[in-house]
Design a binder for this molecule. Structure first.
Ligand code: SF4
Ligand code: MG
Length: 332
């Protein structure tokens, strides 16, 4: 499969003003993130809130300006494109948010909301747009009558279907789903994930699926990147990550997934404490303050993201390598 998106050491730092007594500091929201996503495949991006995953999503779409690094979209370096140069690419790169209500104009009908992308880009005539709106509703499993109704008349899951319909209106190649199912009940979550998987197949869509919960991304992701304080601490194909997690943070996230079997629950390892501040982070491993395996070395130097040997020949078709940033993980 062809690479649709490649991030090379992407950084997004922003200054916070100092006061009379404190120096100005920088927030290292995204601090050197690299990955590649193939057309038609999904990268799951996970970590606790504040780890920078939403910032990665917004920066790669250039909704935030990157501070350093490169964004290669469909073979083209878009890092320094201006807002006006991005206009035509906006059709191909979309984002879906956690609460579609925030992005849906409550005074407009669903028909108007879904026709808007065509209007903005000057595509089609009003009659044609009406037909396309009906096709979109059908694609996301909503009735034709939805076009004349308003956002508040729909449930959370239905509103997310509307958000998806709008995101796919212009035939995108890439969609960033930022906590798109996090606010939904588990059963509704899986319906929306199934819908996304179906659309992905039909449209050869690449998805960047952002969530704080590993179990949510598991069934949709070809590869998973685990983030901590602006950096990727582990990345591999999904199966390898779950079978052979090497970073203590990934291990803790996997252990935190609720287990239906009560006999297994005692084995759960709980993550304590919060993610440290992304303002001028300390030199050592960012996870050191919470890591059960931390040694003296850990607070002195940041462990480089290192390629591990292939643990098992799993999912080699994705060509995803297993990389870990931990002093304890050495190549196999
Ligand atoms: Fe834990 Fe040290 Fe590995 Fe960081 S480098 S995850 S503190 S063992
Ligand atoms: Mg977020």
């Amino acid at each position: 499969a062809e690479t649709i998106l490649k991030l090379v050491d992407l950084k997004q730092h922003y200054p916070v003003r100092g006061s009379l007594f404190r120096k100005a500091k920088s927030v290292y929201a995204v601090d050197g993130v690299s990955f590649e996503v193939n057309a038609g495949e999904t990268l799951g991006l996970v970590g606790e809130s504040g780890c920078g995953k939403s910032s990665v999503g917004r920066t790669l779409l250039k909704l935030h300006e990157p501070t350093a690094g490169q964004i290669i979209y469909n073979g083209r370096d878009i890092t320094d494109l201006s807002a006006s140069e991005m206009v035509s690419l906006r059709k191909e790169m979309q984002i879906i948010f956690q609460d579609p209500m925030e992005s849906l104009n409550s005074r407009h009908t669903i028909g108007t909301i879904l026709a808007e992308p065509f209007e903005i880009h000057g595509i089609g005539l009003p009659d044609e747009r009406e037909v396309w709106v009906q096709e979109l509703l059908q694609k996301v499993g909503l009735p034709a009558s939805a076009a004349s109704r308003y956002p508040h008349e729909f449930s959370g899951g239905q509103r997310q279907r509307i958000g998806i319909a709008r995101a796919i209106a212009l035939n995108p190649k890439l969609i960033v789903c930022d906590e798109a199912v996090s606010a939904l009940d588990v059963s509704v979550q899986s319906q929306i994930i199934n819908l996304l998987l179906e659309l992905q197949k039909q449209m050869n869509l690449a998805l960047i699926f952002i969530a704080h919960d590993l179990s949510v991304v598991r069934h949709i992701s070809d590869q998973i990147a685990v983030m901590y304080l602006g950096r990727i601490v582990e990345i591999s194909d999904t199966e390898t990550l779950f079978r052979h997690p090497r970073h203590p943070y990934t291990q803790a996230l996997i252990a935190a997934i609720p287990i239906p079997d009560p006999r297994q629950r005692g084995k759960q390892l709980l993550l304590q404490g919060d993610v440290p501040s992304p303002m001028n982070p300390p030199p050592g491993c960012h996870f050191a303050s919470r890591c059960p395996q931390a040694t003296a070395l850990c607070s002195q130097s940041y462990p480089a993201l290192t390629e591990l040997g292939i643990t098992e020949p799993l999912a080699p078709e994705h060509g995803v390598r297993h990389q870990v940033a931990c002093h304890l993980a050495s190549p196999a």
